[in-house]
Design a protein. Sequence first.
Length: 211
Amino acid sequence: MGHLMSMRNKKSGINDQQLDDHVVAVAGMVPIVNPKLKIDNLTMAQLRQILAGKITNWQELGGPDLPITVINRASGSGTRLAMEEVVMQGHPTMKAQEQDSNGTVKKIVANVPGSISYIAMPYLNDQVKALKLDGITPSYQNITTNKWKLWSYEHMYTNKKTDNDSSEKFIKYLQSKPTQTQLVKKAGYVAIHDMQVQRDAKGHVTPVKEP
């Protein structure tokens, strides 16, 4: 199959000049809290202040008198980088416990009443509560239009120096509409063909041009 890698994380030590980048799906991300917390919605500015350590008690947001425990994602992870780009917009996050596993994050949030973190939407279940942002529900349709702004591309990379086309055929198979519908959507991700917007490397979002 040649040299094929799926990468959520932007790790150092990889020469991207030797790789071809292929977008194969879109992943929504969602802030999560303990299901018992009497908070259902935050503004983007409030979420930014929480992650920056400027809001430290849920009482400041109309909730219970309960300290906020931030569980951050691992430094360099694709999920964290996307949150920093869309939510933090250049503002630093506070020093906090870091976890790389969506499963571990869910367990912590489910067991710590005042905790908040964020996970990829395919991992969302009733262990935790997903928050709305600015009154917007995290949904498939809202991601496709960028109404829900917390999303990122899922990439696969192939080595440019390959003497067979099996990797290229596999990528085309993953990107095809039947596969996107049958596999990508069923796995909880957003099919690339359903996206009505596109985001460039600088974070600028523009409408997808019709072919």
